[in-house]
Design a protein around this ligand. Structure first.
Ligand code: ZN
Ligand code: MN
Length: 499
């Protein structure tokens, strides 16, 4: 029997609003002392009243719109009761029957496929405190208690572990573009639980699902699903398909899932409307306003970059992964385009035609130097695009010198390195360090003639048919000119003189 996996995701995203969800405590726990960002509300003292932070709702609406969800005009906060030391109130304030938003979808595109993943809902809720279990005792930090989360639940439309991983990666990118969360999985800013069951191919029924928790990297999402597919396939093949819903945890060191609880032990949350928070009413004009302010989202930017800059999906992915990098790239292109148009001033072509006719070579250079050499320098120095000293104008000017063959590629690397360290202007760096390229034939000719004169043996072999020696001659030329001679001009001259 051929089986297929049925996969759905439940993802919690920490929203990085300034203050917590129901009180005015700071929501920025970075490098803060444990239990320093707390008040009677977020530590659940009796008699305190929560007040909903509007910014949390705005952030939630942004993400909901990005996932094509329908925003409900009315949504209701409810108490989800359970007992655990990290939950001082004894209940979480979440949304159940009437969530903020429902019925969305996301189109997931990879090199190989394009699939539509239904999004069941996105609702808002507060986070619990943070427990740290040590050998002999457990510590608890209430800084996280009462901080806002958006919970996203997908439909079981995901068909492979890789699709699940890519969905979570795409979601992280969307959160970053929207600037509502850094969505770093390692830091717990994005937490993903997966649901998976198997079924005979073509069967439309849903069978008892298994929930896997404790996934704290993209890789573990994929690995845990791969493991679970193998485990459940084995069960089906021995006529013992899972009969009840269970929860399993991912053991990253052993790369296996382990049973945590079965249905008999499942929680009963006793949901009921939170009496202290009024029904949330969202007016159309608010939705319209937020929609109008949304940035260009990664998937739209991806499409546009592929079309406008004629880039491959792989190149586009590296450029758009970070919004500021994609903007940097576009600024360099635009600076370069302005220069090219003013340089090539033409009466017969419009500006657009000029650009269209020359952009192929230019874009190839710009993309290449940014994604390989510049990224390499940034990685080595471990700096972000915000910390980069080379502004787009200087980067465009640097590309220009290569475009015009004013420097050769090995000197270009040296120039870029100096620019990277000092942030200086490329023309000045070329002059100060004598790194310009000699393309002038008569200057090169003298060197070529000397090399021919001093290497009679190789010249003879070349003339006897060992034409590969041309590389040797060009190598000599580069050495003699301290890397400044234009190798193409040199090769042409050697060929001419050795005929
Ligand atoms: Zn508080
Ligand atoms: Mn939740």
């Amino acid at each position: 029997m051929k089986l297929e996996p049925v996969i759905g995701l439940e993802i919690h995203v920490q929203l990085k609003t300034k203050s917590k969800m129901f009180c005015s405590c700071s929501n920025d726990a970075n490098n803060q002392e444990a239990n320093s960002l707390i008040c009677p509300i977020c530590t659940g003292h009796p008699g305190t009243l929560p007040v909903l932070n509007k910014e949390v709702v705005n952030y939630g609406i942004k993400l909901a719109l990005a996932l094509n969800l329908k925003i409900n005009k009315k949504s209701v906060f409810e108490r989800k009761s359970y007992f655990y030391p990290d939950l001082p109130t004894g209940y979480q304030i979440s949304q159940f029957e009437h969530p903020l938003s429902e019925e969305g979808h996301y189109v997931l595109k990879t090199v190989k496929e394009k699939i539509r993943i239904g999004i069941e809902r996105l609702h808002l809720e507060n986070d619990a405190a943070k427990n740290t279990h040590q050998k002999e005792n457990s510590l608890i930090d209430f800084n996280r208690a009462g901080t806002p989360l958006a919970e996203i639940v997908t439909k079981p439309d995901i068909k492979t572990p890789a699709q699940a991983r890519i969905f979570v990666q795409d979601l992280r990118r969307i959160c970053r573009y929207l600037e509502i969360s850094d969505a770093d999985m390692e830091k717990g800013q994005l937490r993903c639980d997966v649901n998976i069951s198997m079924r005979p191919e073509g069967d439309q029924n849903l069978y008892s699902k298994t929930e896997i928790k404790n996934l704290n990297s993209f890789k573990s999402v994929e690995k845990a699903l791969e493991y679970e597919i193998r485990r459940q396939t084995e069960l089906w093949n021995t006529n013992k398909p899972p009969k009840e819903e269970t929860t399993r945890g991912w053991n990253d060191s052993q790369q296996i899932t382990e049973l945590q609880r079965s249905k008999e032990l499942a929680n009963d949350y006793r949901y009921f409307p939170e009496p202290d928070i009024p029904t949330l009413i969202i007016e159309d004009k608010i939705i319209k306003k937020i929609k109008a302010e949304l940035p260009e989202l990664p998937s739209a930017k991806k499409e546009r970059f592929m079309k406008e800059y004629e880039l491959s999906l792989g190149d586009v992915n590296t450029l758009i992964d970070n919004k500021n990098i994609s903007e940097y790239f576009e600024n360099v292109v635009s600076e370069f385009r302005d220069w090219l148009i003013s340089e090539l001033e033409s009466t017969s072509e419009t500006e657009n035609e000029l650009w269209e006719n020359n952009k192929k070579k230019a874009l190839k250079l710009i993309k290449g130097w940014i994604t390989s050499e510049l990224f390499k320098l940034m990685n080595e120095a471990n700096i972000t695009i915000e910390e980069l000293k080379i502004n787009p104008e200087n980067m465009a000017e640097f590309i220009k010198t290569i475009y015009l063959a004013k420097v050769n590629s090995s000197n270009a690397q040296k120039i870029l390195k100096i620019m990277f360290e000092s942030g200086g202007d490329p023309s000045q760096i070329i002059e100060e360090n004598d790194l310009g390229q000699i393309s002038n034939e008569s200057e090169i000719e003298e060197l070529v003639e000397n090399i021919i004169k001093n290497n009679p043996e190789q010249v003879e072999q070349y003339k006897d048919g060992k034409i590969n020696l041309i590389k040797y001659f060009v190598g000599m030329l580069m050495k003699e000119s301290h890397g400044k001679a234009n190798p193409e001009v040199g090769e042409k001259l050697f060929k001419k003189k050795l005929k």
